[in-house]
Ligand binder design. Structure first.
Ligand code: NAD
Ligand code: NW8
Length: 511
């Protein structure tokens, strides 16, 4: 059902427009080629592909399409850059940190342009790109810049005739396969720890959203990273992406995306060279709202959690369990809160909700919304889309959702909030954990005891208590169960980008 009429339910709190960052007018996108060895290359096949603006359906520009042969070329360059005696290999660790800081400086300088490109390519509101994606990216670079000269091993006491030390060495050539929901931020979560540990990288941005990654290519060159240290290959998953996973010259792949593709990557890694694999996959993230919580806080945080980035977050709050005593009031306030969301042009500073990424994804979300209606969930708000041929889906709220419905089990990755009813703590813990996923969960309560005991019981890599999407570059992020392998961010991510070497000296003389 197409919904016409008001796309603007309410105008957001007025901030004088002149005080807000403004998008840049992009006449022509400058960086559209394959970036290898600090140079721009056309594809070996000669093919290009268009990248679209999801808000309008227009082609933003054509981009060179990398395939297996281009991946081979990039891996060869990354290998030379990594060789013993190369500038990168010999570089003092603190200089690697300086380079990462210099990259952060350049990202800050181009912040408006990069946020504009991100908004055009993904459809996310420009201000969110500016304040969240760019802020997170800059912080990630600076955090790992600081680690570069602080990565060290230990001396290990064994018996007195030996001296044993451990060294943390780079793994080698690290592939990064990036999704379309946070194209720049996910790239930074991978390249910052990889480079800080002294690796070289080959990156494949998602085919829907290659533009900010390519801009970073130009900044890598300007920051004067040695050629071949960072290589960027726009292209498709089954071609360029699959070539990463099966490549015997790639030592590690870090992937963020769907569980299905994560499984394919691990399989190819096993069959090729047993490359290391870290995976950040989906979630079906439970939020537990106890009757003793600060209700308005819970409503607002969960709302942001469910609808942020049009629901296209691996962290999306997708199963909200509300204790029966406050259930009706939670639903009522959630509807009130959803009415304040402003759907519109992503470049408009008032807009808080943009289009979904593409037609295929739009169709998948609408199919799941229809399944919710058919299976008997109660549609409380939204459920439609705006206009013909548009990718805008209304924020949607279902109540009376039952655990076996498709919308309760499958990752929707769209703006759909599903509300469930629960009675007891024990019951809700079991239901919350009854999922193949285990990325994040949230607990809303004013009882410290309850918060701590429930957080202990959650089978998820992150538990947020009285908050949501509270990501910090200093804290590790990753999944239990089928939500992934390994951790990104924080000190823990360093372990995913280094090999530990034991060096044992036999001493001929002892005291
Ligand atoms: P996807 O997993 O297909 O895409 C993610 C990345 O993997 C892209 O760069 C893509 O080109 C690449 N890729 C695809 N097939 C590949 C292959 N065979 N080998 C190597 N790389 C490959 O995700 P999608 O199809 O864009 O989205 C589908 C669903 O995935 C979404 O609905 C959502 O549930 C999930 N998803 C999750 C995240 C996340 O942040 N965890 C991000 C995007 C999508
Ligand atoms: C890295 C990330 C962040 C940050 C702040 C606010 C809202 C949502 C997200 C977010 C360093 C510092 C801050 C968010 C980002 C990525 C995903 C989901 C949510 N990140 N943020 Cl996958």
């Amino acid at each position: 059902m197409a919904q016409s009429g008001t796309t603007r339910n309410r105008v957001a709190e007025k901030t004088p427009a002149s005080d807000l960052p403004q998008p840049v007018k992009v006449q022509q996108v400058r960086n559209t080629k394959i970036f290898i060895n600090n140079e721009w290359h056309t594809s070996i096949s000669g093919r290009t592909f268009p990248t679209l603006n999801p808000a309008t359906g227009d082609t933003i520009c054509e981009v060179q399409e990398a395939d297996k042969e281009d991946v081979d070329k990039a891996v060869a360059a990354a290998k030379v850059a990594m060789q013993l005696g190369s500038a990168w290999r010999k570089m003092e660790p603190s200089r690697r940190g300086r380079l990462l800081h210099r990259l952060a400086d350049l990202v800050e300088r181009d912040r408006l342009l990069i946020a504009t490109l991100e908004s055009l390519d993904t459809g996310k509101p420009f201000l969110q790109a500016f304040f969240v994606d760019l802020e997170g990216s800059i912080r990630t670079l600076r955090y790992y810049a600081g680690w570069a000269d602080k990565i060290h091993g230990k001396s290990v006491p064994v018996d007195e005739t030996f001296m044993c030390i451990t060294k943390h060495e780079p793994i080698g050539i690290c592939g990064a396969i990036i999704p379309w929901n946070f194209p720049l931020l996910m790239l930074m979560w991978k390249i910052a720890p990889a480079l800080c540990c002294g690796n070289t990288v080959v990156i494949k941005p998602a085919e829907q959203t290659p533009l900010t990654a390519l801009h970073i290519g130009s900044l890598i060159k300007e920051a004067e990273f040695p050629p071949g240290v960072v290589n960027i290959l726009p292209g498709f998953g089954p071609t360029a992406g699959a070539a990463f996973a099966s490549h015997c010259g790639i030592d590690k792949v870090a992937f963020t995306g769907s569980t299905e593709v994560g499984q394919l990557i691990k399989e190819s890694a096993a069959k090729s060279n047993l490359k290391r694999v870290t995976l950040e996959l989906g979630g079906k993230n439970p939020c537990i709202v106890f009757a003793d919580c600060d209700l308005q806080l819970a409503v607002e945080e969960i709302q942001k959690g469910a609808f942020y980035n049009q629901g296209q977050c691996c962290t999306a709050a997708s199963r909200v369990f509300v204790q029966e005593k406050i259930y009706e009031e939670f639903v009522r306030r959630s509807i009130e809160s959803a009415k304040k969301i402003v759907i519109g042009d992503p470049l408009d500073p008032q807009t808080t909700h943009g289009p979904q990424i593409d037609q295929q994804h739009f169709d998948k979300i609408m199919d799941l919304i229809e399944s919710g209606k058919k299976e008997g969930a109660k549609l409380e708000y939204g459920g439609g889309y705006l206009g013909e041929k548009s990718l805008f889906i209304q924020p949607t709220i279902f109540s009376e959702v039952k655990d076996s419905m498709r919308i309760a089990v499958e990752e929707i990755f769209g703006p759909v909030l599903c509300i469930f009813r629960f009675k007891s703590q024990q019951e809700v813990i079991e239901r919350a954990n009854n999922s193949r996923y285990g990325l994040v969960s949230a607990v809303f309560t004013t009882s410290m005891d309850r918060a701590l005991s429930v957080s202990g019981a959650m089978e998820t890599g992150t538990v947020w208590i009285n908050c949501y999407n509270a990501l910090h570059v200093q804290t590790p992020f990753g999944g239990y169960k089928m939500s992934g392998n390994g951790r990104e961010l924080g000190e823990y991510a360093l372990a995913e980008y280094s090999e530990v070497k034991t060096v044992t000296f036999k001493m001929s003389e002892t005291m």
